[in-house]
Design a binder for this molecule. Structure first.
Ligand code: ZN
Length: 236
């Protein structure tokens, strides 16, 4: 097995593993991120060449870069850390004398999240808190729109490629990581998915609907996600 590398536009070297397989027709690519370690696995048919596999990698460069950008090394949140949560600055404090997670507004306008219980479960508890709060905000936004846009079900997911989706059965899903985005960016994703309740495409009519629900600034919210989306994956 030869040594190959994929060099991202940021200059990161990602090792590539090429496996030769019999009985296979096409070259397949599998980008992998395991605990921050990245690699690309390629399977190629026995009759093709490594060079052909590497050309295929180049053709898929943009897709690969996007996958790796959306899955950076996760940082850990610990007691004393700060994070952004829908325009709020939140200070995490572990307090094993309390049982319930408490979210307290301080005089300086910041928030303190007191998390009780076992320190080993701190991140789990923060995640649970963030998800349930985000869901409340999403539901509140939905209730402010006309009933015809309301979904049958709302789900939170941890997807790296999409911020939201709308199924034909009326379920709307969101990445719970939108909680780390500015409030208006989260609101944009909600209005985008609600607009799919009427238009299952990205036609001009669809975008007119998004603007009608969201108001001014759709482009700005989209730009924010393109530029900063990967940073929403930095914790937990
Ligand atoms: Zn869409």
């Amino acid at each position: 097995m030869a040594n190959y590398e994929f060099i991202t536009s940021d200059g990161e070297h990602i090792p590539i593993e090429i496996n030769v397989k019999r009985g296979m027709k096409n070259i397949t690519l599998r980008p992998r991120v395991v605990c921050g370690a990245r690699r690309i696995e390629i399977s190629r048919p026995w009759l093709s060449t490594d060079a052909a596999a590497m050309r295929f990698v180049e053709q898929k460069r943009r897709w690969l870069e996007r996958i790796f950008a959306n899955a950076p090394c996760r940082g850990h949140l610990k007691s004393g850390d700060w994070f952004d949560f829908l325009d709020m600055r939140v200070h995490v404090l572990h307090d094993d004398t309390v049982r319930v997670t408490r979210f307290v507004l301080q005089d300086d306008g910041t928030y303190t999240l007191f998390v009780g219980g076992d320190a080993a479960l701190l991140e789990n508890r923060i995640r649970t808190f963030i998800k349930s709060e985000l869901l409340k905000h999403i539901k509140k936004l939905i209730l402010q729109t006309p009933r015809e846009f309301w979904p049958r079900r709302i789900a939170l997911r941890d997807t790296s490629s999409r911020w939201g989706s709308c199924s034909t059965t009326g379920t709307i899903s969101f990445s719970w990581r939108l909680a780390f985005a500015p409030y208006d960016v989260m609101r944009y994703v909600v209005m985008h998915e609600l607009s799919h309740r009427k238009h299952m495409d990205h036609s001009p009519e669809f975008w007119a609907q998004v603007r009608a629900l969201y108001g001014f600034g759709v482009e700005r919210a989209k730009r924010w996600l393109t530029k900063n989306g990967a940073s929403l994956h930095q914790y937990l």
